[in-house]
Unconditional design. Structure first.
Length: 103
């Protein structure tokens, strides 16, 4: 069973500045987390009704929950988290999830 950190970013004050900082600074930092198997960024483009609540959804996949915990407790994990909070002018939410195939 894989484990994921799911990061929900609210709409930033300046989306262009957020995107630039995210791709140039944050992604390289987050990719240094030990045990990271997959890093997926989803840009939210619409919602069924009204404006989407989130601007971007990110998934960081690890082999299992133990590997995820080691990653967030590492120096790279702490630095990535601090950087994420600092740049997330629209708010940020972290979720930890275990994944199973549904098919």
């Amino acid at each position: 069973m894989t484990a994921k950190i799911i990061v929900l970013y609210g709409k930033p004050i300046d989306p262009a500045a957020f995107d630039e900082k995210y791709w140039k600074e944050h992604v390289p930092l987050a990719k240094q987390m030990p045990g990271l198997r997959k890093f997926t960024v989803h840009k939210v483009v619409a919602a069924p009704r009204g404006e989407p609540v989130y601007y971007q959804v990110v998934e960081l996949e690890f082999e299992n929950m133990d590997a995820l915990k080691k990653a967030i407790d590492s120096q790279q994990g702490r630095e990535s988290g601090k950087h994420g909070f600092k740049m997330a002018t629209g708010g940020i939410t972290f979720l930890y999830a275990e994944s199973k195939e549904a098919m």
